[in-house]
Design a protein around this ligand. Structure first.
Ligand SMILES: Cc1cc2nc3c(=O)[nH]c(=O)nc-3n(C[C@H](O)[C@H](O)[C@H](O)COP(=O)(O)O)c2cc1C
Length: 310
């Protein structure tokens, strides 16, 4: 997730059991120009051993150049974003704009495959709008061009993140597709993840918003899978307030090492809101955290909160 899944957050997700974490999407154009800011998005923490790198591109040559560079970083998979609905990205013909150009997806994937032995994947939406559900065609062309994995967020570009994700379309893609299929959309609990696996037959699930402030979801999914059934009896108890805040502080410290204390403390606010959501007394803590400027501000506020018996 752009703006969220930086090295600090991915490291925390890996710690809590995520099998594969993706970088934020990075511009193939910017990478191919050697943009230092973009290169920094590719940096990883030592515990990130299984990483997917995602690019957005509309030019096969830029995609190839980006893949050449990323291949040196030992990725597990390199993904082409065909789902981003942000206007700035769409304007450049990237992201979900590709859902209107299946042949261009084929060209880009071909160019990517020619540069690397690393598996290449595509992340699709259902289509540009309800009149053009192109996901099956885009998937077929991507696979013909050598994609080893297709993932689907079954909403149209026009929907953004509104409405319900249409999981039956993931099942449809799985039936039609010769390579593994991952599903995305509305995965907020471990039971949701198992539900998607069971009802669609997909090969993997990709947790997005459901991991914000809740990297514990990965441990819970693993426990449910091991128990072999959805339902509260299979999942471990949810994290305590202390466990949540301890993870939030680890997240913040990693962020500070990567981006400096001031930036980290500012960026951490949105994560802290997520970590404390639903916590008794959390609203007051969130109000105080808005003022936090330093690591020790966060540590003091957290200790006071926990000391007050939350
Ligand atoms: C803030 C935000 C940033 C996102 N950035 C990306 C991205 O960089 N690449 C991508 O493939 N999907 C991105 N997505 C989409 C998610 O990966 C996912 O497909 C979508 O949120 C649906 O899953 P969910 O309903 O479980 O959140 C982003 C979503 C959000 C909310």
């Amino acid at each position: 997730m752009a703006g969220y899944t930086d090295r600090a957050f991915r490291s925390v997700c890996a710690q809590w059991g995520a099998d594969l974490c993706f970088t934020e999407m990075v511009s193939a154009e910017a990478l191919s120009r050697g943009s230092r800011k973009t290169l920094r998005l590719l940096e990883r923490e030592p515990n990130e051993t299984v990483t997917g790198f995602q690019i957005f591109a509309s030019d096969p040559r830029a995609a190839a150049a980006a893949v050449r560079l990323i291949t040196r970083l030992a990725p597990r998979v390199i993904d082409l974003n065909c789902g981003c609905s942000v206007p700035k990205v769409l304007k450049t013909g990237c992201g979900a704009a590709l859902m209107r150009q299946p042949a261009l997806i084929r060209e880009i994937v071909t160019a990517m495959r020619q540069e690397t032995d690393v598996p290449v994947s595509v992340k699709l939406r259902t289509g540009w709008d309800a009149a053009t559900p192109t996901f099956l065609e885009c998937a077929a062309l991507a696979v013909c061009a050598g994609a080893s994995l297709v993932s689907l967020h079954p909403r149209f570009r026009t929907q953004g993140f509104t409405g319900a994700a249409q999981w039956p379309l993931i099942a449809e893609l799985k039936r039609a597709c010769a390579v593994p299929v991952f599903g995305s959309g509305d995965l907020f609990t471990a039971a949701d993840c198992l539900g998607m696996l069971e009802t669609t037959g997909c090969d993997g699930v990709m947790v997005a918003r459901g991991a914000l402030g809740n990297p514990f979801i990965f441990r819970e999914v693993a426990a449910l899978c091991a128990a072999g059934r959805p339902g509260p009896d299979g999942a471990p108890p949810g994290p305590s307030a202390a466990e949540r805040l301890d993870t939030a502080l680890r997240h913040l410290r990693l962020l500070a090492l990567a981006k400096g204390e001031e930036t980290a403390c500012r960026e951490m606010r949105k994560h802290y809101v997520a970590y404390t959501r639903g916590m008794r007394g959390g609203a007051a803590l969130r109000q105080q955290v808005v003022q936090a400027r330093t690591l020790s501000d966060y540590e003091r506020l957290t200790a006071e909160f926990l000391g007050a018996g939350a």
